[in-house]
Design a protein around this ligand. Structure first.
Ligand code: HSE
Length: 307
């Protein structure tokens, strides 16, 4: 039986100002997946984790991706996916994207790498649609491409891989759940032109800063006047953590994806570790359990560990 084992990493979407278009892969946490090619046409999903996710293929994020690939190729084969999730659903760390992208990359490896990375993003977006109601690619793209990616367009898929500056990421996941679908619903449908102009300046500044490896420019571009003011109210202690991180020397940061995780970028490992301690103690004080991850930007994304 042909099978492939892979690790699908967490991702930080939006990168503060780039709602739905920017994202980066980190090293920890990551999901483990094993995908097998079956002689028979069924799609089987098995979860080894305790998150209680549906295993019916049409209701499972990895399942819908495998169904779509099967349908697209008129395959007589099916797939079995055994998933051990370490990225908690509803964390804002790209949990659904890891399952969706892992399924697409795993199936592609089993089929002899017939698809381009853009095509894999296309298939994986069906998983995001199931999870959040919208086919956004800002978690999937960095999961598949690695590093930092710009989603120039998702229909058609046009992904621009950016440089991955040598920075440290501290991400805290307080144990409160924020569903992406809810965090999207509370956003305003219309924005003021003056806010759009400020946001365009920040996005362009951030992309330029990343490409030029200009950490000062990266830091002062990590500013969101549209989404963060609304979503941050869903996240306990958001403002305090942001303020304290900047005081400790973070370049900048904000909500990871749709939250509740918060991420900060730092130039030095020492700074990222001080931020880690501070984040933990802020949540300990209000008796909210939290997990903190310190990681460099992950330049490769999904890693196939056994083929
Ligand atoms: N761009 C998406 C959002 C990411 O912010 O809703 C969700 O993880």
């Amino acid at each position: 039986m042909k099978k492939v084992k892979l690790q699908a990493p967490a991702t930080v979407a939006n990168l503060v100002c780039g709602f739905d278009i920017l994202g980066m892969a980190i090293h920890e946490p990551y999901d483990e997946m094993e995908i097998r090619l079956l002689e028979t046409p069924e799609i089987i999903i098995r979860h080894l984790d305790d998150f209680g996710l549906p295993e019916e293929p049409s209701k499972n994020v990895a399942g819908v991706v495998l169904l779509k690939i099967q349908e697209h190729l008129h395959l007589k084969n099916g797939f079995e996916a055994i998933i051990n999730k370490k990225i908690k659903p509803g964390s804002g760390l790209g949990s659904s994207a890891a399952s969706a992208a892992g399924a697409a990359v795993g199936a592609n490896a089993l089929l002899g790498n017939i698809f381009s990375r853009e095509e894999l993003v296309y298939f994986a977006m069906f998983g995001e649609e199931l999870a959040s109601g919208v086919k956004h690619a800002d978690n999937i793209a960095p999961c598949i491409f690695g590093g930092i990616t710009l989603v120039k367009s998702s229909h058609p898929v046009d992904i621009i891989p950016l440089n991955a500056p040598d920075l440290f990421v501290t991400a805290v996941h307080p144990q409160v759940e924020v569903k992406t679908s809810d965090a999207r619903q509370i956003l305003k449908k219309n924005i003021l032109l003056k806010d759009a102009i400020e946001q365009w300046g920040n996005i362009a500044g951030l992309v330029a800063g990343i490409q030029k490896n200009d950490v000062g420019l990266i830091g002062r571009s990590l500013n969101d006047v549209i989404v963060e003011p609304i979503r941050s109210i869903l996240i306990p202690k958001f403002n305090e953590i942001k303020e304290k991180s900047l005081k400790l020397g973070a370049l900048g940061g904000g909500i990871s994806g749709s939250g509740p995780s918060i991420f900060m970028l730092s130039e030095k490992e020492e700074t990222s570790q001080k931020i880690e301690e501070m984040m933990k103690s802020v949540y300990d004080e209000i008796v909210i359990e939290s997990f903190v991850y310190v990681s460099k930007i992950n330049p490769t994304g999904i890693k196939i560990i056994e083929n």
